[in-house]
Design a protein around this ligand. Sequence first.
Ligand SMILES: [Zn+2]
Length: 76
Amino acid sequence: MKLMIVLLAVLAGVWLWRRGRTGGARAPKRRAQARAQALPMVRCARCGIHVPADEVVAGRRGSYCCAGHRQDAEDA
Ligand SMILES: [Zn+2]
């Protein structure tokens, strides 16, 4: 009986995790678009691509799309 409860808890956890990952919405694409429109886009100082402000990696010399580009630009 104890094993059954543990198993159910694990299954519930996996289900919640998957639900959280997919956003729990039927149209995650539309949600992502709305989010991108609401957020200001910041240009990466290394490669020039635009990333949403909440995903930007801030550096001493500017903003970057990822930690790797910040390192490339600032540790050189
Ligand atoms: Zn970049």
